[in-house]
Design a protein around this ligand. Structure first.
Ligand SMILES: [Zn+2]
Length: 440
């Protein structure tokens, strides 16, 4: 068996692992590179996409599914195995990525890819629920387990028979941060021969979720008290739904009133609607609220904005604005940063991981002047951060999860160099380089 790594090596984007046996070639994820590695999306694959028999897709984030259109345009015609929500979410995420590349005039992963190609690609999905072993071909069986990261996210267990010997490979995908709101907590796996584990927060411990809640409530109350503006950049998937879920609860329990909340992200609105289609994937707390008649993503004063940015500008203070994207790339957040970042009455609350080199990272690192969409802005707004809302496990959780998988060999991927190295040192794992090949 041959294992090679085609992204997310010593970085957090571009997830793509190729497994080759005597009879089968398959990929686990085929994600887009983002941030400073974006140029790698245009590079040729070092394998022939026509030769790939199938893809296991762990979840719908762009850094895991974003190069599916590229392999499809280059001849891949196998099945893509995922959960049903992953398929639905991947469709809107890929269409949005294509649209953004056009607006920003940057090359898409494949220059000829059109909307119709992405819709065609969706026909190649085969969707499975968690928990049941499925035979893929004579030599390969798979089982999806809940990764607790975003709606529909999966850990893949893969049993491969080669020369009469069966080996179990486990791919963590992205692992959720326990306790995960809305979605269930990550499941544990055991007896892995080979484990592939993410390491986004491989060198960090999250502050407690209660601390995150406290900061969020405090910033809302401060914004109301100073009649200001609270901007929260959000990822369309999970973070938006998580924040709405929390606000829905706080507005009742903390008796917060007199502030309007706007969500300006067409993608987040579509994703929220897909969340509503899959209540069976929710955890008990979320299901209990729904059975009591609560709409967990709606509350008094909340409004989804459909392109009417002026309406948000004209709304009187205090106000809370959720806008995409969580990593400040694309999306509507730029419009609000340009308007409010220089305003001392404003607060920018960053609730997502900010990749090295991103605008968000520069702001967290204390830069006083930044360029947003070619406009230089002086930062007078208060900058506040919450990292415990991360939908990734931290070092302690990753360590525990890896130990319980009882693996013979571990590859540590999907983390910046320091994060991957730190986790690898603690669990005796290998941190592969881009395009590294290993034989077993
Ligand atoms: Zn993810």
């Amino acid at each position: 068996m041959k294992v090679s790594f085609h992204g997310a090596c010593k970085e957090v984007t571009g997830s793509c692992i190729l497994i080759e046996t005597d009879s089968t070639k398959f990929l686990v994820d085929c994600g887009m590179f983002q941030g400073k590695s974006y140029y790698k999306n245009i590079e040729d694959f070092s394998f022939n996409p026509e030769d790939i028999d199938f893809v296991l897709l762990t979840h719908a984030h762009l850094d895991h599914c974003g190069r599916l259109p590229k392999i499809f345009m280059e001849g891949f015609r196998g099945r893509i195995y995922s959960t049903a929500p992953t398929r639905d979410l991947a469709e809107i995420i890929l269409l949005d990525a294509l649209n953004i590349s056009r607006i920003e005039k940057k090359p898409f992963v494949h220059p000829l890819c059109q909307e119709g190609d992405i819709r065609h690609l969706m026909k190649f999905f085969t969707c499975f629920d968690y928990g049941k072993k499925r035979k893929i071909n004579d030599d390969i069986e798979i089982r999806l387990r809940d990764a607790g990261h975003i709606l529909g996210s999966a850990i893949f267990e893969v049993w491969i028979k080669e020369n009469g010997i069966t080996k179990k490979l486990v791919f963590s995908g992205d692992l959720g941060n326990m306790p995960s709101p809305i979605v269930k907590d990550p499941e544990f796996v055991d007896d892995a021969d080979l484990l592939f584990i993410e390491s986004t927060y491989g060198n960090r411990l999250h502050e407690s979720k209660e601390m995150g809640d406290t900061i969020l409530i405090e910033e809302i109350k401060n914004t109301i008290a100073k009649n200001g503006i609270l901007m929260i950049p959000v990822f369309a998937l999970e973070r938006t739904q998580e924040i709405l879920y929390r606000l829905n609860s706080f507005f009742e329990t903390e008796k917060i009133k007199g502030v309007n909340v706007f969500l300006d992200s067409p993608l987040a609105q579509k994703a929220t609607n897909i969340y509503k289609d899959y209540i069976s994937f929710y955890d008990k707390d979320a299901k209990d609220l729904i059975s009591k008649g609560d709409d967990i993503f709606d509350f008094k004063g909340f409004e989804m904005i459909k392109g009417e940015t002026e309406k948000v500008f004209n709304a009187s203070n205090p106000k809370i604005i959720l806008a995409g994207s969580g990593m400040f790339e694309g999306g509507k957040i730029g419009t609000y940063l340009k308007k409010y970042l220089s305003n001392p009455l404003a607060t920018l609350l960053i609730v997502s991981f900010q990749v090295d080199g991103s605008l968000g990272r520069k702001i967290i690192d204390g830069q006083k002047k930044i360029k947003v969409e070619n406009k230089e802005i002086e930062i007078n707004a208060k900058i506040s951060t919450i990292f415990s809302f991360s939908s990734h496990s931290d070092h302690g959780m990753l360590f525990d999860w890896a130990v319980r998988a009882n693996p013979k060999k571990i590859f540590v991927v999907h983390g910046e160099k320091d994060a991957s190295t730190s986790l690898a040192e603690s669990i005796n794992g290998i941190v592969p380089d881009y395009k590294n090949i290993y034989n077993f």
